[in-house]
Design a binder for this molecule. Sequence first.
Ligand SMILES: Nc1ncnc2c1ncn2[C@@H]1O[C@H](COP(=O)(O)OP(=O)(O)OP(=O)(O)O)[C@@H](O)[C@H]1O
Ligand SMILES: [Mg+2]
Length: 352
Amino acid sequence: MEDRSDLHAESGNTGTGSVQSGVDTRTRIGLDVGTSKVVIAQGDSTNCVDVAQLNAFFALPYSSLHETSLRQSKIAFYRAGDELVVYGSDAEKFAHMFNAEVRRPMAKGILNPAEPSATHVLETILGSLVPPAQTPGETIAFSVPAAAREMEAELTYHEETIKRYLRDRGYTPLAVNEGLAVVLAELAQENFTGIGISCGGGMCNVAFSFLSIPSLTFSIPYGGDYIDSSVGAVVHEPATRVKAIKEETLDLERPTQDKIDKALHIYYDKLIEMLVDALVRATAQSQRLPRTDQALPIVLAGGTAKPNGFRNRFESALRRRSLSFQVSEVRMASDPLTATARGALVAALAER
Ligand SMILES: Nc1ncnc2c1ncn2[C@@H]1O[C@H](COP(=O)(O)OP(=O)(O)OP(=O)(O)O)[C@@H](O)[C@H]1O
Ligand SMILES: [Mg+2]
């Protein structure tokens, strides 16, 4: 469990754009470095544009014929020795074609220590989305997970790797806890007070926030990847294929249709139970929760929270437990896939 209240950029931030007649015209970037997707939200306090790239790659043996045809087809790739590395969304197309799995620079929310190409691929993907800083030292905010137990050292490496890369591109990087980013994106009306939950590919992140200050943050190392690999193992299908079926067809309100659908329902229920149990445990143990009778809103974000019926199942699981805090409502983020990046943008814009 980890508390990351580092909502302060490093020194050297000169700010960009201008504040004229009370209207803040600066644009900034919020970056969600996710296990499954990297998303940027770029804009000002009223408008933002989101762009996403799959955080995955697929390596092919080098041949000059392959290289030429990849280039002609405008596939995103680079050459590394005797391999051609296809990265981003194109990697998934190749995996489907060869009925194989994509490889991932990140696992369970952080750079994957078991993947030798991890840093290079992640930096290439970041480079395809993040332009060089317009003004030297402008703030860019990026999401970091709360460290899972005994993963603190790996999280430090992950966070510092991204910071160094962003500094090299001219930015002042600011790390923002992922659950807190959900609160910043979705609970402005509530003065940034409530609970943000991001259910992603590698993990679920939770933050309790009081007036934008995180009082309790934690994560569980389970998310969409856990569902895909567990379902894949019991139905004997590659996880990449299960993921595609899940994203296209899953509806948790509908009676199960076939073997894959049934397994998806089973592991979704298991994930929700683990998440709610972790919430109960963390809040029962924590001395850091504000002592308040105020009922708190819960916002659900992240791709894994997207299927129809997720919110209802989560709320039912919550109702079956006795909680040490009151819940006013459980609501979905306006756009679950971009909430973290938009929240990071709010943090970046808050820096002068
Ligand atoms: N429509 C959908 N239905 C079900 N699952 C979905 C849908 N869209 C995306 N997902 C799943 O959401 C997960 C990715 O979500 P998200 O982009 O929020 O994760 P991430 O931020 O990359 O990962 P993490 O936060 O764990 O590091 C994947 O497991 C993906 O399969
Ligand atoms: Mg995420």
